[in-house]
Ligand binder design. Structure first.
Ligand code: ADP
Ligand code: ZN
Ligand code: ZN
Length: 813
């Protein structure tokens, strides 16, 4: 008996899959892993076929089971191992299965959602009634006019309705009255095309003008045919000129689907040719052994900043490719896919794909399918690239494994690093986690022998680590008797760099001009209307802005609470520091790099490129500047407000501070010039700051691990964070109380439950939030509480969307 039914995962926030019948035409096709189009609640949706069966599910036997509408791709989108991985994520992180698979599939570029309308029977009756009557109001006349337009054999698409009088709204109104039937439809999207230009060698001998000569040079030199837009830019000619030359027969033009844009940095880039030093060779030999063994191994490459971890990654990729297997390289942010992607592409050429969420859907889908078809054997990308559909995986690298950006902060709330390790386990591959400042979890695993530990203890060519100086802001204030945006010590250190012609970076982990606007009479901060958070002042926009929901207002002259006029800006952000430096050093070229100044990949490249080329003397930025980059002429890194994180009620505050300071220190003195780091702080004696200054990871780890063990935090305890949220505070409270009752008995079964309490961010986007923190030394105990909790919610009408469950949270704030 051939299968007649199929389980389909759909991108809806529900924990179940859905059963569909196979239409006769599909009988016999292997559906597992394929994308299918199915009807769901009156609309068409793309889902993933998970399993086939020949029997209808018992409970829904009475319901009419709907049929799959269409099979989408010639190839199953997800190979078997990725389906297993998705199921694991859904279980481990308690994420709805459909949403989990949604984030593993390519963007849906083939289809466009639309609506179409057709006249119903009652619509037809109403229309003839209107037409028969001889007295009509204006409104009725307009209605009749409109209904007539729908009186056709084919349904009318919403795009056609839009320009009609009243537009879609009028059609929707008629639909609500039952005269029109509305239906969601999916349309196939056509591939976008572009013009490609080539030199027509057959017409070689005709005389050439200057523009023509330039075009010819560009097209006949090594490059060959080029997209029209790119050629026009490179040759500095207009499109009209190119088209004129086509008419004359000098150029050939044809159309092709648009291909991924060329990365401008890739064109004239020659990668450094480094001979591996002894430590690097040693690490690589180890990795090669694991690859030869051909079974799952997880390794931690713990190398100080500037120790040349990237070279080890490249060597490992080379070794895995030589064994005819594939490799994934995960980096913590989009900007680093450019940097690392460029190095990897320079070394391994065409077979490298880059995947990240910053790509337009069309480009991302194209790269994704290129990987799926096996045309790329190395994938460089951010978090979600852990799902890249490569087969025959041999190696997964997770660079800067400690970064919180590996954790997805929306459903499915997976950690890309842990998922990478699990994927390697499933596929019998090597997982290599790299860092100068490993997360507590990872280093703990290395010490416990779960992960193999590889170490690079020295910087390449035995360059010294940068010297770190702590600037005690309390001292400064006693000496200077005034507070300036950056300390006098940092200012004079920058002045020295400007004199000697080297470069400086200033890191400030706050965007905007001032953190907040404070009323000196009543002590209230100006708060967001939707969130329980103070608004940040952005001077260039002249607005107070909420960094959580985007709400903004112009700064009030009076306190909204007490009407007093003593409003006062508190706390310096990146914008203020840039302004201050420009005042102090009017001659210097100073730039700022944060999400307010760079919004696109191109701008980002422009600023970093200018800094790398020495066109900028001082670069001010948020943590965007702290990571990964390799600038040779930076001899000073200043950290303004280095201890900001320490004031936060977060069990990772010390770890974050240590990591940030060590990473930043790693940016200085990477070239032949030695470097200095200045850290401003109000807590000079804090162990995170002290050990960062000494760049002593192991001592920091031991101290921090001691606290974590005593206070029952990861890596010694499995942790989950549960938020109950609703726009109505009564609901949020009622549901929290219900859950508290459900949780109570588990206290005796090895799970510690804190809460319910107001969440640290007690209101977010107009929703009130209450929090439970769950801890257990046994992960299995924690999992069973949480799974049961979801069933409990279902039984007690607590909506699934009201409960946010975060397993292994990166923060409790
Ligand atoms: P990190 O360990 O901080 O990630 P990188 O991999 O960025 O360090 O390497 C730092 C710098 O050292 C880079 O400019 C790289 O080209 C250079 N480098 C790497 N290996 C060697 C080597 N064996 N000899 C000389 N320079 C090297
Ligand atoms: Zn006030
Ligand atoms: Zn807000």
């Amino acid at each position: 008996m051939p299968p007649r039914y199929c389980e389909v995962a759909l991108p809806v926030p529900l924990r179940s899959t859905f059963t569909y019948a196979l239409p006769a035409g599909l009988n016999g096709a292997d559906l597992v892993g394929r994308r299918v189009v199915v009807p769901f609640r009156n609309r068409a949706m793309i889902g993933l076929a998970l399993a086939e069966s020949d029997r209808a599910p018992g409970s829904s036997a009475k319901l009419r089971i709907k049929e799959i509408t269409e099979l989408m791709d010639p190839l199953p989108a997800l190979p078997g191992k990725l389906i297993e991985l998705g199921q694991w994520i859904s279980q481990y992180y308690l994420a709805p299965i459909g949403e989990t698979f949604r984030s593993m599939l390519p963007p849906e570029i083939e289809l466009r959602h639309g609506r179409e309308y057709s006249l119903t029977d009652s619509g037809r009756a109403y229309l003839s009634e209107l037409a028969a009557g001889d007295e009509r109001t204006d409104a009725e006349a307009a209605e009749m006019e409109l209904l007539r337009r729908f009186d056709t054999d084919e349904p009318v698409a919403s795009t056609s309705v839009r320009p009609w009088p009243g537009g879609e709204a009028a059609a929707e109104k008629l639909a609500r009255r039952g005269y029109l039937a509305a239906r969601e439809v999916l349309h196939k999207r056509r591939a976008r095309m572009q013009k490609i230009v080539a030199w027509n060698a057959a017409n070689e001998n005709s005389p050439a003008d200057e523009a023509q000569q330039r075009i010819r040079e560009i097209l006949t030199a090594t490059r060959g045919p080029l997209p029209l837009a790119l050629l026009a830019e490179k040759a500095n000619v207009s499109r009209a000129t190119i088209q004129r030359l086509e008419k004359k027969g000098r150029l050939l033009i044809w159309e092709e689907p648009i291909t991924a844009e060329e990365d401008p940095w890739d064109t004239d880039f020659t990668p450094p040719t480094n001979v591996l030093n002894t430590e690097q060779r040693g690490a690589l030999e180890q990795i090669a052994c694991w690859l030869v063994a051909g079974k799952f191994t997880a390794g931690l490459l713990h190398g100080v900043t500037g120790s040349g971890k990237t070279e080890v990654y490249l060597g490992a990729i080379e070794a895995v490719l030589a064994r005819r297997k594939t490799a994934l390289v995960l980096v913590p942010e989009i900007a680093l896919t450019l940097w690392v992607g460029r190095l990897v592409r320079a070394r391994f050429g065409e077979g490298v794909a880059v995947l990240h969420s910053g790509l337009p859907d069309i480009e991302r889908a194209r790269e994704w399918w290129r990987v799926r078809r096996g045309e790329a054997r190395v994938v460089v990308g951010t978090r979600s690239a852990v799902f890249a559909p490569v087969e025959n995986l041999g190696l997964v690298i997770v660079d800067e494994e400690q970064e919180t950006s590996y954790k997805q902060e929306e459903t499915p709330r997976y950690n890309g690093r842990d998922t990478a390790v699990y994927r390697a386990r499933l596929e019998g591959a090597v997982a290599l986690l790299g860092s100068a400042t490993p997360s507590l979890e990872t280093y703990h695993n290395a010490r416990a022998g779960k992960y193999q530990l590889l170490e690079l203890k020295a910087r390449v060519e035995n360059r010294p680590l940068a010297e770190v100086r702590i600037v005690d802001l309390r001292e400064e204030f006693r000496r200077e008797h005034r507070a300036t945006p950056i300390s006098e010590s940092l200012r004079s250190a920058i002045a020295r760099r400007l004199e000697e012609g080297t470069q400086a970076m200033v890191l400030i982990n706050r965007r905007g001009y001032s953190w907040s606007l404070l009323c000196r009479s009543c002590g209230a901060f100006v708060q967001c209307e939707n969130c329980s958070i103070a608004l940040t002042y952005h001077k260039n926009r002249g607005r107070l802005v909420c960094h959580y929901c985007g709400y903004s207002i112009s700064p009030p002259k009076q306190c909204p609470k007490c009407r007093s006029e003593f409003m006062y800006y508190v706390g310096e952000g990146a914008e203020r520091i840039e302004e201050y430096l420009k005042e102090k050093f009017p001659e210097a070229r100073i730039a700022r790099l944060d999400r307010d100044t760079v919004r696109t990949k191109r701008e980002y490249q422009r600023v970093l490129g200018a800094f790398a080329n020495g066109k900028i003397n001082v670069l001010v930025g948020t943590q965007m500047v702290a990571k990964g980059h390799d600038f040779q002429r930076v001899t000073l890194v200043g950290v303004a407000g280095g201890d900001l994180a320490l004031g936060r009620p977060d069990f990772r505050a010390a770890e974050r501070t240590f990591q940030l300071l060590t990473q930043v220190a790693g940016r200085a003195g990477r070239g032949a010039l030695s470097g200095e780091v200045l850290v401003e702080t109000y807590y000079p004696a804090h162990y995170a700051i002290q050990h960062a200054a000494q760049q002593d990871y192991v001592s920091f780890y031991e101290k921090e691990a001691h606290f974590r063990r005593m206070l029952h935090y990861p890596p010694f305890t499995a942790l989950a964070n549960l938020i109950v949220r609703d726009r109505k505070i009564e609901n949020a409270i009622r549901w929290s109380r219900l859950l508290a009752k459900y949780f109570a008995p588990f206290e005796n079964r090895g799970v510690k439950i804190l809460g319910p309490a107001a969440a640290p961010l007690s209101k977010l986007r107009r929703e009130y939030r209450f929090q439970f923190v769950l801890k257990s030394p046994q992960r299995s105990a924690l999992s069973s509480v949480l799974t049961g909790c979801l069933d409990f919610c279902a039984k007690n009408q607590i909506p699934e969307t009201a409960v946010i469950l975060d397993v292994d949270p990166t923060s409790l704030a």
